[in-house]
Design a protein. Structure first.
Lengths: 94, 218, 225
């Protein structure tokens, strides 16, 4: 179980890291003079797709991780409940 | 678990599968373009975050003044959901903000108050886990103060000059944006109710285990 | 009757404290060390950062307040006097108000030391508008102490109470701290904008009313077993 948890953390960290790297601008080159323009050319604008994909995948992964967490806790408690009820029944019959 | 749980869970899953189609079909927003589509998960997450805080607060009041343990279980479950949906809101928001505002985070009222509200929920969970006996009542007191924060979070954006969009965005949404948003919101609400039911069930089972242990000692 | 109980609780705490002055001395010394740490950390080449004084003052108040709250109720726990107080035929809210006033007086004493110290170390004109400064400090302290006294009292019987008090207290009192810092910062400017100042002050009063009401309402059920 700890392996699965570590794997999940690594995947999430890589996804976030990828988004961060893609979201940063490339370093500027040395210039002799400045030329004004009204709007940034498309290749210089921050790419939106990685941010969008990261957002949606994070939502899906987080919700999935929570459902798994609750389900696991439920099965643990269920098992303990069954064990206790078994013990009590054996105690009653003995 | 009630008999309706599994069918509703299937419906919820199907709704989650269908919503990306609706979201992809929605038009682009004029100033923000593609990244605005995060709106369809950010806003429902934020709504569930606030709803969770209200449920936790009301359940806490009822537990404090009437002592009903079912309200305590509901409050604990709601607090966990506040942390969950708070994380979703606080992650999807900055991802959207990086493109729309140029910064990951801003210390404006809405964001600061939301972050503080989320931290109150985390403090609630820490108190329940590490506070020892009697922490159920103490956490209920904490949740009350946390719930007082909720209306502040919601209206703050209308009264302070902040960078976050105001609450008038949703009532004035054109239908082409509205359809995927309300569908997504319904999906999240159904998911919230299902998760709440599951989590309360966990507490009910734990209470049964405790009762069994106590009856064995007697 | 209510006021009488408040006075009795306050007098009891004051009498005990005056005998050793333990909490007063340690809180004041802690506040001084706190401000000095900030001074060493933030002062570069002999000059303090611009506009840092307001934030540092309120952080020192928050930290000293948390310490004072912890120590005051630890003393109650050791002698089991809190249980005695709750068993007494006194209205619970009156006990709460008595303890609250004690904490406010203690914090005010700490602030009396802190304000000149911060004004000196960070070259901040804190004494330019003393009336407004006193109002802001008072309302901010009441807001912080209102929540702090409630949480410290209810944590007396909990495990990990030392670390849980700041964990619970800070997220709730952050709005009070923010309003206090912004109001103090506005006061420190060469041209004080009274409009902005009044807005932050009104917000502080609002928080005080809400927190006091909630605390008075929940003190009884929270302290009952």
């Amino acid at each position: 179980m700890t392996l699965l948890r570590t794997l999940l953390v690594v995947v999430l960290a890589c996804a976030a890291d990828g988004a961060l790297v893609l979201a940063q601008q490339p370093p500027p080159q040395q210039q002799d003079e400045f030329v004004p323009i009204d709007e940034l050319p498309p290749q210089d604008q921050l790419p939106a797709a990685p941010l969008l994909v990261t957002a949606y995948s994070f939502v899906v992964l987080a919700l999935f991780a929570y459902v798994v967490s609750v389900a696991r806790r439920l099965t643990t408690v269920q098992r303990e409940l069954e064990r206790l009820e078994g013990d009590l029944k054996r105690g009653d019959s003995a | 678990m009630p008999k309706s749980f599994m069918p509703l869970a299937v419906v919820c899953g199907l709704m989650f599968a269908v919503s990306p189609i609706l979201i992809a079909d929605a038009p682009y927003e004029s100033t923000m373009g593609l990244v605005q589509k995060i709106f369809y998960v950010h806003l429902p997450s934020a709504w569930m975050f606030l709803l969770g805080a209200i449920v936790c607060g009301i359940a806490s009041v009822r537990f404090l003044f009437r002592g009903d343990p079912r309200q305590d279980r509901l409050a604990w479950a709601a607090a966990e959901l506040v942390v969950l949906f708070g994380v979703l809101t606080l992650v999807t928001g900055p991802l959207w903000a990086r493109k729309a505002w140029g910064v990951w985070w801003q210390w404006d009222v809405r964001l600061t108050a939301s972050l503080m509200g989320w931290m109150v929920a985390v403090a609630y969970l820490l108190l329940r886990k590490y506070g020892g006996p009697g922490s159920d009542k103490l956490a209920a007191g904490l949740a009350l103060f946390g719930m007082a924060n909720v209306p502040f979070i919601y209206i703050s954006v209308n009264y302070w000059r902040t960078i976050h969009p105001t609450t008038s965005v949703v009532p004035t949404l054109p239908t082409s944006f509205g359809v995927p948003l309300w569908f997504s919101a319904a999906t999240f609400l159904l998911l919230f109710l299902l998760l709440l039911r599951m989590r309360v069930r966990l507490e009910e089972q734990r209470a049964r285990v405790d009762a069994l242990y106590l009856s064995m000692d007697a | 009757m209510f006021a009488h109980i408040v006075w009795l609780v306050l007098r009891k705490d004051f009498t005990i404290e005056v005998r050793s002055l333990e909490i007063a001395y340690t809180t004041i010394f802690f506040s001084i060390s706190c401000v000095l740490v900030f001074a060493f950390a933030l002062v570069q080449e002999g000059r303090a950062p611009e506009g840092g004084a307001a934030g540092i003052l309120w952080i020192a108040i928050a930290f000293a307040g948390t310490l004072a709250l912890g120590r005051t109720f630890e003393r109650e726990r050791q002698a089991e006097t809190l249980r005695a107080l709750l068993l007494a035929p006194a209205a619970r809210p009156a006990v709460y108000v008595g303890k609250l006033l004690g904490i406010i007086i203690l914090l005010t004493a700490a602030e009396a030391v802190l304000v000149p110290l911060v004004a000196l170390l960070f070259q901040a004109p804190l004494f330019a508008h003393p009336f407004w400064l006193v109002l802001i400090l008072l309302t901010g302290t009441i807001g912080f102490a209102a929540v702090g006294t409630l949480f410290a009292a209810m944590l007396v019987r909990a495990r990990s109470r030392d670390v849980l008090l700041p964990v619970l207290l800070y997220p709730i009192t952050v709005p009070v701290i923010i309003a206090g810092v912004r109001a103090t910062a506005t006061l420190l400017e060469p041209e004080v904008d009274t409009g902005v100042l009044q807005v932050w002050f009104a917000l502080l009063v609002c928080f005080d009313v809400v927190f006091l009401t909630l605390a008075l309402w929940t003190f009884e059920p929270l302290m009952t077993d």
